[in-house]
Design a protein around this ligand. Structure first.
Ligand code: FAD
Ligand code: NAD
Length: 404
């Protein structure tokens, strides 16, 4: 008799950890495991702002999947998922198709431009390794062009970042570090380069602890980051953001424009006929899609309700990794006819980097961390993931080892 087939779509935080846990929890005789991913490498999405700013090489933020997932145990397929045909347990890939008995959808996020005119066409976004690498190369090109132009325009050096959530803030933190280096390399006066972070809400990092927000703003402003708060972007032109609407608008020009204004779930979900709320599927407590006995949806593709607060948990790597544990456990439960468990989020806090030498955040029951302790904590969080994935060997190979 053939073994049940578990197919995991997407090798990000959720997909990698689910696969890892399935390998640990199930014997090879119990099930066949298949992992499908667009590329033959896995990247840490949480490091992409560093790749985009050019403060970390892309190869340090990614790893070959078969180096951490044994290809003799898991069938690795490198292809793009196009659609799930849930009525007949099939997944359509760009170059082939596969069937499944159990499916895990962990395809992550896509950039959400909320239909802002010109944003999709004119702004870069920090979505994956390639999109991040393009930002780094574009910024450097602007510096090189400026240094050789007959009539250089200072506005070409400006970098506009739309949206000051955690991605925007962490990205301008890296830019504050990279820009002085580029200025030295191209012999450009640092005062000529503006880094401007534009936020629609009355203040940056809406909803986050006020003391930490003030700390972050001061740290970044001291290193030359400008903030525009209460400034809603209504349009993105080739070289500018338009702020405000109607007669009351302002245009800010720049040579580099990056949108960090929000994310939504993979568009494969809507193509596959799942019921969508704001780009994602609201999953049941056991992380299955509603009315689907054999399909789990996790990570940034899923809305998982925080029943205490009556709203979903924010999409984070921390949550995706915890979803993976519950998901793998529940697949084991289905295979062994055992009861399934409900997902319970264990909030370990949020730490954001402000460049390599500063950070801030909350850990363990809202304790506030600033400066060097926060920098060290951020590295511990990053390295912990590598440890869970590939043990000490992977930390030595890819980890953030230099404690400041
Ligand atoms: P991902 O990790 O994004 O993985 C999705 C995978 O699916 C990728 O490998 C992708 O290539 C693949 N894929 C996508 N579409 C297809 C397709 N059609 N076919 C085949 N493969 C496909 N969260 C934190 O908790 N802490 C942080 O410090 C933090 N920092 C962040 C910094 C940045 C710059 C960003 C952008 C996000 C950050 N987040 C952070 C959020 C976190 O990265 C996400 O919540 C997390 O990556 C979600 O995990 P996932 O497995 O759902 O998706
Ligand atoms: P986000 O949705 O959290 O933030 C987007 C920001 O853009 C918001 O502040 C929003 O007000 C602003 N915005 C939206 N439309 C705008 C407009 N028209 N004009 C100006 N500003 C506008 O998105 P994100 O920052 O990409 O974060 C996505 C998820 O990843 C979140 O859950 C976040 O917690 C997580 N994340 C976590 C970390 C960390 O823990 N260190 C780092 C990065 C991301």
């Amino acid at each position: 008799m053939s073994k049940p087939k578990i197919v995991v779509l997407g090798a990000g935080y959720g997909g990698m950890m689910t696969t890892k846990r399935l390998m640990q929890k199930l014997s090879p005789e119990e099930a066949e495991i298949v992992l499908v991913n667009k590329h033959n490498y896995h990247y840490q999405t949480t490091w992409l702002h560093e790749v985009a700013a050019g403060t970390r090489n892309q190869n340090q933020a990614r790893m070959i999947i078969s180096d951490v997932i044994n290809p003799n145990r898991v069938n690795l397929i490198y292809d793009e998922v196009v659609e799930v045909k849930k009525d007949d347990n099939r997944v359509i890939l760009k170059n082939s198709e596969i069937t499944y008995d159990y499916l895990v959808i962990s395809l992550g996020f896509e950039t959400n431009t909320f239909g802002i005119k010109g944003m999709g066409k004119n702004a870069f976004s920090i979505t994956d390794i390639d999109s991040s690498r393009m930002i780094r190369e574009h910024i450097e090109y602007q510096f090189a062009k400026y240094s050789t132009a007959d009539n250089p325009k200072d506005e070409d050096l400006a970098i506009l970042v739309g949206g000051a959530g955690f991605t925007g803030i962490e990205f301008v933190g890296e830019l504050a570090e990279k820009v002085p280096e580029l200025c030295r390399k191209y012999d450009i006066d640092r005062s000529k380069v503006r880094i401007i972070n534009v936020e629609a809400a009355p203040r940056v990092l809406p909803g986050f602890n006020e003391d930490l927000v003030q700390y972050a703003k001061k740290s970044l402003a001291d290193r030359g980051v400008e903030f525009r708060e209460g400034a809603k972007i209504s349009e993105c032109k080739k070289n500018s953001f338009v702020i405000g609407e109607g007669d009351d608008t302002e245009e800010i020009k720049a040579g580099t424009i990056v949108w960090t204004g929000g994310v939504t779930g993979s568009s494969v979900l809507s193509k596959s006929g799942f019921e969508i709320t704001k780009g994602k599927v609201t999953v049941d407590g056991d992380l299955r899609a509603p009315d689907e006995d054999n399909i789990f949806i996790i990570g940034d593709c899923a809305w998982v309700m925080n029943e205490e607060e009556g709203k979903p948990f924010p999409p984070t790597a921390q949550a995706a990794m915890q979803h993976a544990d519950t998901c793998a456990n529940n697949i084991k439960g289905l295979l062994r006819h055992e009861p399934l468990s409900k997902f319970v989020f264990d909030d370990k806090g949020t730490v954001a980097s402000l460049g390599k030498a500063d950070a801030m955040g909350t850990v363990f029951n809202d304790n506030l961390l600033y400066g060097k302790p926060a920098v060290s904590m951020k590295k511990v969080i990053d390295n912990r993931y590598l440890f869970l994935l590939g043990g000490p060997k992977l930390i030595l190979k890819k980890g953030k080892l230099r404690m400041i």
